[in-house]
Write a protein that binds this ligand. Structure first.
Ligand code: IMP
Length: 208
């Protein structure tokens, strides 16, 4: 695939927080953004992997009839925060948790309020990436890779960096939330960084 040039990947997401991270984590790939006004991609599965594949396949089908340039493949991410005391929730429903609250500081506060005072505060961010190649004799089939980062929940949201639930998540080995830590630190240990490293390795094995 993509002999002698950067692999061109359509990023099937309109989440600006994720996109900013992908641009850092997938430096060296030729990344194409999901166009403004393109349909939002359904995610109706019960597992991160199902949703990531569903989004990537939906995006590939749409791109085949509407895409403005050729790409080698489509990448979609399904990710979320899994809290042990909530039996892994909100998990795949992270983006849909507390839809009445627009701010993630408020969503985080509501989530924290659901925990009993003496609850186990362990949690992890999980990211599954699905890569679906465009049809072609050298392009192979769809695959997924994943990454996770373990941590604990803060008692209150802290910090303005990052996005989503970053203000309530303290990665193991640190005292600050992802929203307080420099972006560079998050990029060395996050669920998305780990999944992107696995994607890079997987795509590299197919290069000549
Ligand atoms: P989805 O993958 O589109 O279902 O959305 C995942 C949701 O999980 C996002 O909207 C965020 O709320 C949350 N999430 C995923 N990754 C991160 C992260 O790196 N930091 C904070 N929140 C995240």
């Amino acid at each position: 695939m993509a002999r002698g040039r950067a692999v061109k990947i359509l990023l099937a997401s309109s989440n600006q927080g994720k996109l900013a991270e992908f641009r850092q984590l997938l430096a060296g790939f030729d990344l194409v953004s999901w166009p403004t006004g393109a349909p939002s991609l359904p995610e109706t599965g019960a597992f991160f992997q199902d949703n990531a594949l569903q989004k990537a396949e939906g995006a590939r089908a749409w791109w085949q009839s509407h895409g403005r340039e050729a790409v080698d493949g489509v990448l979609a991410d399904d990710s979320g925060l899994c809290v042990d005391a909530l039996w892994g929730g909100p998990g795949v429903l992270s983006a849909r948790f507390a839809p009445d609250l627009p701010s993630y500081h408020d969503k985080g506060r509501r989530l924290l309020a659901m925990l009993p005072e003496d609850a186990d505060r362990t949690a992890r961010f999980v990211c599954v990436l699905a890569f679906v190649p465009m049809p072609g004799p050298m392009h192979g089939g769809p695959f997924t890779v994943s990454g996770a980062v373990e941590g604990t929940l803060a008692f209150d949201p802290r910090g303005d960096g990052g996005f989503g639930y970053d203000p309530i998540f303290i990665p193991d080995g640190h005292e600050h939330t992802f929203a307080e830590l420099p972006a560079g630190t998050k990029h060395t240990l996050s669920h998305r960084a780990r999944a992107c490293a696995a994607l890079r390795a997987r795509l590299a094995t197919g290069r000549r």
